[in-house]
Unconditional design. Structure first.
Length: 148
């Protein structure tokens, strides 16, 4: 069963091209992991793979529209999914109106268990980007609790 989820919108205090460049290269994601969590994570420009809670999960870039959209899809995961990150210009040219769209193939049970958690997760990503772009630590963020 296909599930479509749209995150909230957030205005990130970075221009679209700068925020886009953070997400365009999958190797950039590895640098945000604590050193002890990097083991077993492999990434190149187009893909990233890791073991998360016993599951091998991979994500690959499907398309890039410079400075406005990046599309990702699973590259080996317990369920099929795709993500679209949107980097729209805000009224202020030094800010970005950012949001995420997710499409996931979930059976009824997975939809019941994960549906609201996926929505909350996407919204937290948007909130964290807004907070970090304004020099604040994201709410509830504890780097030592990151699990990969």
């Amino acid at each position: 069963m296909a599930v479509d989820i749209k995150s909230k919108r957030g205005v990130v205090s970075k221009p679209p091209y700068e925020l886009y460049m953070t997400f365009v290269d999958m190797r950039n994601f590895v640098q945000f992991l604590p050193e002890e969590k990097k083991q077993g994570v492999t990434a190149d420009f187009d893909t990233i793979h890791a073991e998360v809670q016993g599951f091998n999960i991979g994500v690959k870039v499907m398309s890039r529209t410079p400075y406005s959209k990046i599309e990702y899809a699973d590259d080996g995961a317990p369920f099929h999914f795709s993500l679209k990150l949107h980097f729209d210009p805000a009224q202020d040219p030094y800010k970005t109106d950012f949001h995420i769209e997710m499409n996931a193939d979930l059976n009824f049970m997975m939809k019941t268990i994960l549906g609201s958690k996926l929505q909350q997760g996407l919204d937290k990503v948007v909130d964290a980007l807004v907070d970090m772009s304004e020099g604040r630590m994201p709410e509830g963020f504890d780097p030592s609790s990151m699990k990969v």
